[in-house]
Design a binder for this molecule. Sequence first.
Ligand code: UD1
Ligand code: CA
Length: 430
Amino acid sequence: MAHSLKKIKRFSAIVLAAGKGVRMKSVQAKVLTSLCGKTLLDTVVDNLLKVKSLSEIVIVLNKTLLGLSKDLKSKSKRINIAIQARSLGTADAVKAGIGKISKKNTDVFVIGADIVLLKLNTIGKLIKFHTQNNNAVSLLSAFFDSPEGYGRIVRNKSGSVERITEEIDLSLDEKEIREINSGVYCFKRECLESALKHIKLRKNKNEYYLTDAIELLASEGIGALAAESADEILGINSFCDLVNVRKIMSKRIINTLLDNGVKILDPATTYIEVDAVIGPDTIIYPFTYIETGTKIGKNCSIGPFARLRKGVQLADNVTVGNFIELSRSRIGKGTLIKHFGYIGDARIGEKVNVGAGSVTANFDGVNKNLTKIEQGAFIGCDTVLIAPVKIGKNAVTGAGSVVTKRHNVPAGSLALGVPARLVNKKKNKS
Ligand code: UD1
Ligand code: CA
């Protein structure tokens, strides 16, 4: 026994992402659903990549998801792809995955691609629990007041795990069980391989259940580790589940930003996606939506009712006020864009004032074009800038001007009217 405990374990991971996701009632594959700016699959895979003890990660896709292979593989050399030919259940998916696993590895971590809130600490604990107890299978479990939809952990009189029963197969007594299967496991590879050979097709669902491996391995040592918080193991089967999980994820994102000194006044009405970088002392007013990848400097003021889309970068001390949409734009230090407007594909310098209602007309029906506004420029209320166009340093546009394509306004000049004409040169001559 002492020897077997010391045996070095090497873990592979299998991510199950080949299911049909019928309960989402969507033509889009479930694992491609976006959660706070990232797909469910990317969320799970990026999380697992942070677990160093998982030396390889095999992602099981179905044929329609094959196109994802290149992007997934480019994340890391540790990633490999397996294909499940038909969605015949979780055991069948694991069977497809295990074929790709290195024979050097002794143990397998298995997770569904719809379990997105699991913390790294919990993954580490499950791996440690599995290793220290030398289990054939270690399950991550939880206790739910409303366990509907989850497999229930059935224990015998002495308290050992006997099997898992899926919702549709529950007896009346089993419906009372609150201990559920999270769908996250560690298996000894050889035990898993042997169990997979014996799992039978469940005719009522036309699926092979991975959970049937538990009963088959019951005599070889099964452990269940309860997750610290039930939130962590929520699966996403329906859009309603997604809404629930999004709330928890959003809270985590916002709490991290609050801890870093970002002043988010009302987390309940503020939507910030993953991987948005926001500097301290920036104040975010209610009803603001900030997309993934956005970079916001220190001491900025955003909202209320602002939308910052992908590719937006704000330097320090920028104000983006109410009813402003920004997209793929970089805004320089101290610039003010305070009242309703659209700025897309723009490069705006420092200390620019963009007046109320100003719009960059970036899309000509075919291409997205760039607008440049240099340092110190003053864009009068209701200016329309038809891109590509440039407003030079300290230049001014009058209220209501429409600056047409390539009619750049030179530094220090004033442009007025529809279409806008330069007026300051004339002025100087007279
Ligand atoms: C599964 C478990 C259930 C557990 C729950 C936790 C089984 C039979 N049941 O149920 O005990 O409480 O997870 O969330 O395992 N998949 C494939 N190929 C398939 C079928 C599914 O790759 O043929 C993938 C799915 O894409 C998904 C994962 O496996 O990511 C789990 O499948 P899902 O249908 O969501 O299982 P649950 O019904 O939630
Ligand atoms: Ca699920």
